[in-house]
Write a protein that binds this ligand. Structure first.
Ligand code: GUN
Length: 291
């Protein structure tokens, strides 16, 4: 049996195409141009890359963007002041403060300063709470992207046993909360496994759909999975590879070759969940502009 490879790049392009069309309609009928403000503090190289890619996607969508870059020694007060200005700016519908922040700042305090209606990351406790009780709200991008990947690849989670490995606030917990809702595109039976388990195998073996969000390279192997499982790999890890030009390559939390032998469908890394995060950010920004 050869597994279906779920093409996240293609699905992300499909979603961005839809967002672009809807944004055009919004501009023509209501004169509204979705606006997204980026705040980038410090020199973290990964953060610089992420903000650049997100900005580029906004340009493709025809969105208005503002990017504020500050050195890591700015005060928390100054950052909160910038957020406050964007909260009141009617041209801005979404505010994205790229994480991580320098150690002298409280990420919680910064997230809570963002107007929940402009919280396109879906990190604000108001939006987290609404997600948990199944209310309409801005949902976190990577978890919402996992759901879209399942649906658009023909793997509806309804009635399936979804096992999530990992309980982070940005992936594991929100994915669990999205997929267990009694709603179309969800309605799964959800198990969340994590480092507190003595042995992961009884959990991974029981999955119809396995979502790996652990942050460790290739720790889920085919031998740990049930035949016919659908595998969504959220991990992005660098491992040394002397044959690669830059000395490393990217792998997921799942050992792809062994898992692909037993899976019905599987996402690759890169090119699986990764591109979906930006596509869902575009969708959230449009949604915030339409609200
Ligand atoms: N840092 C890593 N991932 C994310 C994300 O999804 N949003 C923000 N704001 N920062 C991040």
């Amino acid at each position: 049996m050869s597994a279906q490879i779920i093409d996240g790049k293609k699905i992300a392009e499909e979603i961005k195409g839809e967002v672009k069309n809807q944004a055009k309609k919004l501009r023509e009928t209501k004169g509204i141009i979705p606006g997204l403000a980026f705040i980038l503090v410090g020199e973290n190289p990964a953060s610089q890359v992420y903000v650049r890619s997100k900005g580029k996607a906004c340009d493709e969508m025809g969105f208005y963007t503002v990017t504020e870059r500050r050195s890591s020694d700015i005060s928390e007060k100054e950052l909160l002041g910038m957020i406050d200005e964007f909260n009141r700016d009617t041209k801005i519908h979404g505010i994205l403060v790229q994480m991580p922040l320098p150690k002298h700042m409280s990420e919680e305090k910064v997230i809570e300063a963002i107007d929940p209606k402009k919280d396109v990351d879906g990190f604000h406790p108001i939006n987290v709470g609404k997600l948990v009780i199944g209310e309409e709200a801005l949902r976190p991008c990577t978890p919402a992207g996992v759901q879209e990947l399942l649906l658009r690849s023909g793997n509806d989670p309804a009635g399936k046993h979804v096992v999530i490995v990992g309980r982070s606030n940005i992936v594991g917990k929100p994915v669990a909360n999205i997929l267990l809702q009694k709603q179309a595109g969800a309605n799964a039976v959800v198990t969340v496994a994590h480092t507190g388990a003595k042995n992961l195998v009884p959990f991974t073996k029981a999955a119809d759909i396995l979502i790996a969000a652990i942050g460790k390279a290739e720790i889920v192997r085919g031998e740990m999975l049930k035949k016919g499982v659908v595998v969504i790999d959220v991990g992005i890890n660098r491992i040394d590879d002397s044959s690669a030009k830059n000395g490393y390559r990217l792998v997921g939390d799942v050992h792809f070759e062994s898992a692909a032998k037993v899976a019905k469908a599987i996402t690759p890394v890169p090119g699986g969940v990764g591109p979906m995060t930006i596509a869902m950010l575009m969708k959230n920004t449009l949604k915030a502009a339409m609200a």
